[in-house]
Design a protein. Structure first.
Length: 173
């Protein structure tokens, strides 16, 4: 059974994952508007992945006898300076999410809630992969640049990542 504090923290995370999905979907729209179809597809797939993260948490809360609560989710920004800005903001957001996941894991440890701690290990690994992925995209942008045909090549490189980026498989759903 979840403590009220743990339940509140998990529900906050559910809503953060929901915001993440909205943010990435909005970024996808911006990319498509700018003609960056590869980046748009990549961000849309990440929006879908964030919804899966939200659903996983939602199900866990309900399975443990808690009440998953969806709260109001702020509208994400819809204007960005460049594709580099999109991915920099994405990395910063993922770093924020990592901090929240780590705090959840600490809370579960502090409460001796090892079932929740175990459940959260998938998210800990996922966040490591997410930060690594977005840092690598920013590294590619820095190497290739956005001038001239650089933007075209970045869009092509990011499109390739859509097919290869997946969450770590731990065998749990």
């Amino acid at each position: 059974m979840l403590s009220e504090h743990m339940l509140d923290c998990l529900n906050d995370q559910i809503n953060l994952e929901f915001y993440s999905a909205n943010l990435y979907l909005q970024m996808s729209s911006w990319c498509e508007f700018k003609g960056l179809d590869g980046c748009a597809g990549f961000m849309k797939s990440h929006a879908d992945e964030e919804m899966e993260h939200m659903t996983r948490l939602f199900s866990y809360v309900n399975e443990t006898g808690g009440l998953a609560r969806l709260g109001q989710v702020d509208a994400p920004p819809f204007e960005f300076d460049s594709v580099a800005d999109v991915f920099q903001q994405t990395l910063e957001h993922e770093v924020h999410v990592t901090g929240k996941i780590n705090q959840l894991a600490k809370t579960s440890q502090d409460e001796n809630n090892f079932s929740t701690f175990n459940f959260l290990q998938w998210y800990v690994a996922e966040q490591h992969e997410e930060e690594k992925l977005f840092r690598s995209i920013l590294d590619k942008i820095a190497m290739i640049g956005l001038d001239g045909s650089g933007l075209f090549f970045i869009d092509q490189e990011v499109a390739k990542l859509t097919k290869t980026s997946h969450a770590p498989d731990t065998g749990t759903a």
